[in-house]
Design a protein around this ligand. Structure first.
Ligand SMILES: [Zn+2]
Length: 387
């Protein structure tokens, strides 16, 4: 064998090993099933494909949890993991799902809304595949997801995404972004079928109020805020002022732009009677000028580059050596969501929603997020949902 062939064979062997090793890791990530313990308030669990048939049998199908009170009242829908790389959302949704008891009205939770994006990652950006939250019984392992659905589930992308039904031209990637595909359609691309399913839930279950939970860069002005269209503005403003005064964390309201289509806080309110709200909390992990994208950065939000930018006043949020720990972000989302429920119920007393056993900001800060998760090994088998 010539020297050239020997080098080629060695290279081919090395590349094959790398491809198999990396491929297996990505395969295991895509197929890892996380246990979710349905808490004492959960009365019914269905699938999104019950509302949008085309999702059946696809990776985009996902669980929908109902927490129905004994007394009739209003209905709230909580959506998390619209962007599966903004994990404070799913952590907050599970905190409600595993603990909330609804006395009046109904709470519906979609904790893994873009289920396909939750099984996709960004190896090119050095994203970790998983992260773990310490609990009182061990640690709970989560998949780290991506902003957009996996091309394995929806492909090929168009040159530009023509939004339905407004025909606005959006980036090609937004065809896989479930915060651009609202209100969706039954026979559109898979992610339009996902948002269509949520719209059907709102219609069929007479949902009054929707909270779509996100996280945003500290260098982006739309963070630490509630994004709301005109019709939700009064409740959003009252909520923001109340949490700032009573719980002492920063929060403001951003108006939903009327000309930018496909967003949850825009389309839901325009097409349904439902009042939409989108919540943002700071997520330093998503900022561009940071050190390596580690699990530590994801969970504690500490970064020396952001710290020096903060001293130059380039960030839109308060930032110091303590970073932006996950407890703070999840605690804020809990308090804002609970306050939205209270303000909504004050304004529409005949559609009151009463929820208890969900901690607020100060309690989550004190006890940590994991304190509120239940051990799937000790739960009744029928109450554990793997996804
Ligand atoms: Zn987002």
């Amino acid at each position: 064998m010539s020297r050239e062939w020997a080098i080629k064979s060695i290279l081919l062997f090395v590349i094959t090993i790398i491809m198999i090793t990396a491929g297996l890791q990505l395969y295991n990530h895509r197929h890892y099933k996380m246990p979710i313990v349905a808490g004492p308030g959960v009365t019914k669990v269905v699938k999104l494909s019950d509302y949008s048939e085309g999702l059946k049998g696809t990776m985009a199908d996902t669980y929908v949890y109902f927490l129905e009170g004994k007394e009739k009242g209003g209905t709230m829908l909580i959506i998390a993991n619209t962007h599966a790389n903004e994990p404070a959302a799913i952590l907050t949704a599970l905190l409600f799902l595993e603990n909330a008891v609804v006395d009046k009205g109904t709470l519906i939770i979609l904790p893994q809304f873009n289920n396909s994006a939750g099984r996709n990652t960004r190896p090119g950006d050095g994203y970790p595949l998983y992260f773990e939250i310490p609990t009182d019984w061990g640690s709970k392992k989560f998949r780290m997801g991506n902003r957009d659905a996996s091309p394995l589930d929806q492909w090929p992308d168009p040159d530009v995404y023509v939004h339905y039904p407004d025909k606005q031209l959006l980036s090609f990637l937004d065809v896989r972004n479930t915060n651009r595909t609202w209100p969706g359609r039954a026979n559109g691309p898979l992610m339009e079928q996902v948002t269509y399913g949520a719209m059907q839930i709102m219609k069929e279950e007479k949902v009054d109020i929707v909270v779509d939970i996100h996280g945003a860069e500290t260098m982006f002005p739309v963070t630490n805020c509630i994004v709301a269209p005109d019709k939700s503005m009064r409740i959003a403003t009252m909520t923001s002022l109340t949490v700032k005064a009573r719980e002492r964390f920063e929060n403001h309201v951003e108006p939903s732009p009327s000309g930018f289509r496909g967003l949850s806080h825009r389309e839901i309110g325009d097409y349904e009677d439902t009042l939409p709200f989108l919540l943002e909390a700071p997520l330093p992990f998503l900022d561009q000028p940071t050190g390596p994208k580690t699990v530590d950065l994801l969970l504690d939000g500490k970064d020396p580059f952001l710290l020096s930018l903060s001293k130059k006043r380039r960030l839109f949020v308060p930032y110091d050596e303590t970073g932006w720990p996950m407890e703070k972000r999840v605690g804020q989302h809990c308090s804002v969501t609970l306050e939205l429920i209270r303000q909504f119920s004050r304004k529409f007393p005949d559609r009151t929603i009463t929820i208890r056993s969900v901690p607020r900001y100060a309690e989550v800060l004190k006890n940590g997020v994991g304190h509120y998760y239940h051990d799937p090994a000790k739960a009744d088998k029928d109450d554990v949902y793997f996804n």
